[in-house]
Design a protein around this ligand. Structure first.
Ligand code: HEM
Length: 96
């Protein structure tokens, strides 16, 4: 139903995501999806280091800046949930 969160999707707040900013747990947000890159970061063609720098945050802008916004290559991606924020709720009440 419009304005409600989908019960089947796990939502993470940025506060929670920010804790996964190290090599033992490397999460990034891309296009409001939360990716656990811990096991695949060493397969990243652009290197582990950049992923580690972006870990725990929304990396969408930097991801696009690099120019690989559609091609995710061979990496097996693990989407663990969606970004949960107040903004998501506000957009549900758009009066236009
Ligand atoms: C799910 C996350 C990601 C996937 C699957 C992914 C995948 C890839 C792939 C397939 C390439 C090589 C081909 C290409 O250049 O398009 C690449 C290169 C690269 N990626 Fe990512 N990437 C991810 C996230 C990021 C993030 C968050 C950054 C941070 C800025 C980043 C920075 C780079 C850089 C700097 C290169 C090298 C570009 C070059 O040498 O021209 N990537 N990535």
């Amino acid at each position: 139903m419009a304005g409600q969160l989908d019960q089947t999707i796990k939502y993470y707040t940025l506060e929670k995501i920010q804790k996964h900013n190290h090599s033992k747990s490397t999460w990034v947000v891309l296009y409001r999806k939360v990716y656990d890159l811990t096991k695949v970061s060493e397969e990243h063609p652009g290197g582990e280091e950049v992923l580690r720098e972006q870990a725990g945050a929304d990396a969408t802008e930097n991801f696009e800046d690099v120019g690989h916004f559609t091609d995710t290559g061979e990496m097996k991606l693990n989407i663990i949930g969606d970004l949960h924020s107040a903004v998501t709720r506000l957009t549900c009440h758009n009066t236009e």
